[in-house]
Design a protein around this ligand. Structure first.
Ligand code: SF4
Ligand code: SF4
Length: 370
């Protein structure tokens, strides 16, 4: 709300200003919800009111014409209301079954010139919802992989599971383009994370001019950065030295100091983590664990990455019990068997030596499970 007569753009308006009437009228009084078919939910309120939601896949970056079409659809079917989810889905809500069917059929009928769905309905229940992801090469400074590119390629590979619910349980996929991880990679069924594999380069000419060297030193979580003086063009200049065996290639120092670029065409790539979840259902929430240490960046379609993700999904689909999330399945059969069944190579790169129980990984004992 405007304060003291002033209108500012600081922060969003309060969420309840944007509720569709059926949600406003039944706020806090919902009894249950069901998934009627892939991409279609119904929430039933104490009053008997129903709210039908139709979910469609979107993208994190959209053209204005695409957004206008979404708004037109909302105007036509939903009184102008729609919502964007954190997984880059768009949800349209209506208050009658007839309205839901008209909306769903309208969405399914809208296609791109090549015949692919403009607004694919799906992403619910025991299928693969849209991916949470980060900014990628164009929009951030430390990415080790792109975001929109591999996300599009992976979602194309698993598209049938976006539109169906044949899997044992939900599979949530996320991508973060560096280990700063503004995606939800650490707690996803399948997490794709961009990794650098080389320490930052040091541009001695610019280090002292572009950077507050103490800030770069303090930005490093492993104390690998220290101030130094070097010969440059015949002069002694203040600069930075990297202790390479301490560096974990996180790129934090580059955030503070543009004279420490870390992106590298050959070294950068993607690691795959699996088995994480935030849900408390059946078993506790868990962190994802690294199962593939490195896959090279292969733009524009990332064939090795998409093939590996699809393969993990298929082996899980064929072998897990109903309601078993990917991590629950791996824990039940044993991670050793997980590697055997998926054919993924187990290497020393997959073992970490964190001592904190929050990060315990594979085995903390000599009791193996084959
Ligand atoms: Fe930037 Fe890393 Fe976040 Fe990607 S994950 S947007 S590179 S900070
Ligand atoms: Fe330290 Fe990370 Fe920079 Fe390596 S990349 S020097 S670990 S801040």
């Amino acid at each position: 709300k405007p304060m003291e007569g002033r209108i500012t753009d600081i922060g969003p308006h309060k969420y309840n200003e944007y509720f569709p009437p059926v949600i406003k009228n039944n706020f806090g009084k919902w009894l249950y919800h069901e998934i009627l078919e892939p991409g279609v939910l119904v929430h039933v309120a104490e009053s008997g009111d129903k709210c039908y939601t139709v979910r469609v896949g979107g993208t994190r970056t959209m053209s204005i014409t695409h957004i206008r079409e979404l708004c037109d659809i909302a105007d036509k079917h939903c009184g102008g209301y729609l919502r964007w989810t954190t997984r880059n889905n768009i949800e349209f809500m209506v208050d009658s079954e007839a309205g839901m069917k008209a909306l769903r059929d309208d969405l399914n009928s809208r296609k791109f010139d090549g015949g692919s769905f403009k607004f694919p309905v799906g992403g619910t229940g025991a299928g693969i919802s849209n991916m949470v992801h980060t900014q990628g090469w164009v929009h951030c400074h430390t990415p080790a992989t792109d975001a929109s590119g591999p996300v599009k390629a992976v979602m194309d590979a698993v598209f049938e599971d976006f539109k169906s619910m044949r899997l044992p349980a939900p599979v949530r996929i996320a991508l973060a383009c560096c280990i700063n991880m503004c995606g939800a990679v650490h707690c996803s069924d399948i997490g794709l994370v961009g990794i650098h594999r080389k320490p930052p380069m040091v541009d001695h000419e610019w280090a002292d001019q572009l950077c507050e060297i103490p800030l770069a030193v303090s930005a490093c979580p492993t104390a690998a950065v220290r101030p130094t003086k070097v010969e440059h063009n015949g002069n002694k200049v203040n600069s930075i030295a990297i202790k390479e065996d301490r560096c974990m290639y996180c790129g934090n120092c580059y955030t503070m100091c543009p004279a420490l670029p870390i992106s590298d065409g050959e070294g950068d790539g993607v690691a795959i983590m699996v088995g994480g979840k935030v849900s408390n259902r059946i078993s506790m929430p868990k962190f994802s664990k690294v199962v593939v240490g490195y896959i090279p960046n292969e733009p524009p379609r990332w064939p090795s990455l998409t093939k590996t993700v699809k393969h993990i999904v298929e082996v899980y689909a064929a072998n897990a019990n109903k309601y078993e999330r990917l991590g629950d399945w791996a824990e039940r059969i044993g991670w050793e068997t997980f590697f055997k069944m998926t054919g993924l190579e187990f290497t020393h790169h997959l073992i970490d030596d964190f001592r904190d129980p929050a990060y315990y990984t594979w085995r903390q004992s000599t009791q193996f499970k084959f």
